[in-house]
Design a protein around this ligand. Structure first.
Ligand code: GTP
Ligand code: MG
Length: 211
């Protein structure tokens, strides 16, 4: 007899300033290729990444590749609707894109919350790490602090060009989404069955906050 397969479909946002590498990260992750040519995304693009999560679970990530220039428009509220996780990307060679990370995070958190009022899990990607960027990156502790202060569940140095940490970041985000989903379920169960029951908070992830 065949065991029934569980399927999850998650809408994931990929946001960050112009040219930081969002489309390239998605291309690397979904199609295993990379192009050095830059063609700005207009509006939003979509891609589907399928992960064989474990023996009986398939996870489908619907990746929403939102153009960097959309931060200045008023469509993000529409694009964010019903997303369940996010990557916020910056380019380690351009400090202004790191400053914009907070603006993206604020935009996201002000327009999107889960049904229990918490923010969706967001992972910070320091992209183009093949370019060096020691100045910004050799202080992992500072990045960890930044993540804690700004509500990121984890951060990764990535390179779409060299295929560094792209899969690891996706796995980490999915782990946090699954944890936040089970928190939501617990909250629902405890509010309908036993109002006194507290939902356990356990969203730690072995891939996160590497020192
Ligand atoms: P918008 O669509 O305008 O928001 O930009 P984007 O964030 O989608 O950037 P895109 O992926 O188009 O990449 C911009 C440029 O950076 C392209 O020329 C890419 O080839 C380059 N790039 C992307 N990722 C990397 C990387 O990891 N390393 C290096 N060296 N270049 C990269
Ligand atoms: Mg793009």
């Amino acid at each position: 007899m065949q065991k029934s397969q569980k399927e999850h479909l998650y809408k994931i946002l990929v946001i960050g300033d112009l040219g930081v590498g969002k489309t390239s990260i998605i291309k690397r992750s979904v199609h295993q290729n990379y192009s050095p040519n830059y063609r700005a995304t207009i509006g939003v693009d979509f891609a589907l990444k399928v992960l064989n999560w474990d023996a009986d679970t398939v996870v489908r990530l619907q990746l929403w590749d939102i153009a960097g220039q959309e931060r200045f428009g008023n469509m993000t509220r529409v694009y964010y609707r019903e997303a369940i996780g996010a990557f916020i990307v910056f380019d380690i060679t351009r400090p202004s894109t790191f400053e914009a990370v907070m603006k993206w995070k604020e935009d996201l958190d002000s327009k999107l919350t889960l049904s229990n009022g918490t923010n969706v899990p967001a992972v910070l990607l320091a992209n183009k790490c093949d370019q060096g960027g020691e100045l910004l990156m050799n202080n992992g502790l500072k990045m960890e602090q930044f993540c804690k202060e700004n509500g990121f569940v984890a951060w990764f140095e990535t390179s779409a060009k060299e295929n560094i940490n792209i899969e690891e970041a996706a796995t980490c985000l999915v782990k946090h989404i699954i944890a936040s989903e089970s928190d939501l379920l617990q909250a629902e169960v405890s509010s309908t069955v036993s109002p006194q029951l507290n939902s356990p908070k356990n969203s730690s992830c072995s891939a996160c906050f590497k020192s």
